[in-house]
Design a protein around this ligand. Structure first.
Ligand code: COA
Length: 181
């Protein structure tokens, strides 16, 4: 019998508490791959603590406890590989971005990129923010992350101001991007 390669179907769903480990592992792995040559070593050394499973356990527990309809995490899930991407959205918490909704994280594992999954997650986050009453969505990208900036511009982003992150571990130079929802 011939075995035919079947591409994996991904479906989007809200994250549950039991996803903390998978999201944290994915976040740290993709963060390292994206920012290894850019971020200061001091931040790379503590990224597991700041973005790993324990951080996501706390973040998801807080989201569940607060039950704020404006905030959440969506994951892209597959049968064989589990979670292959995620996004976190909520009210903007960065003064540099102004008021409105914010896409706080968007990460897709390399093997699942360039298939429209990043766009699906981004627009699903926009749908949630729009349904929560936000008229605008924002995010900030480190200026060296040109591939992500190009991706967001293709997805209709307007360029805003450049600003420096408050730090202390990485006073990165960022660009604000915005969408009307
Ligand atoms: C930025 C990121 C989320 C984009 O995810 P993605 O799944 O690759 O995004 P998409 O597939 O929707 O779109 C990107 C590419 O696929 C193409 N594309 C879009 N829809 C497509 C489809 N249905 N079929 C094939 N290609 C498609 C786009 O033209 C684009 O082309 P490129 O690969 O030449 O750049 C991903 O690259 C990533 O996780 N990067 C590392 C982390 C990061 O930088 N996150 C952002 C921090 S702010």
């Amino acid at each position: 019998m011939q075995t035919r390669f079947m591409p994996e179907t991904t479906h989007l769903r809200p994250a549950s508490l039991s996803d903390a480990r998978a999201i944290g592992d994915l976040h740290v792995a993709v963060w390292r791959e994206t920012y290894a040559g850019i971020a200061p070593k001091a931040l790379q050394d503590v990224i597991e603590t700041r973005r790993g499973p324990a951080h996501w356990q706390d973040t998801l527990a807080k989201i569940v406890a607060e039950a704020d309809p404006r905030a959440g995490v969506l994951v892209a899930d597959t049968d064989a590989q589990g979670i292959v991407g995620f996004t976190q959205y909520g009210p903007s918490s960065d003064p540099a971005l102004g008021s409105g909704g914010e896409v706080k994280h968007l990460f897709v594992v390399r093997a699942f990129r360039s298939q429209g999954l990043g766009a699906r997650l981004l627009h699903a986050a926009f749908d949630k923010l729009r349904a929560a009453g936000f008229a605008q969505a924002h995010l900030a990208v480190v200026i060296q992350n040109q591939r992500a900036i190009d991706f967001y511009l293709r997805e209709g982003a307007r360029k805003g101001a450049r600003f420096r992150d408050a730090g202390p571990l990485w006073r990165s130079e960022n660009i604000a991007l915005a969408w009307r929802l």
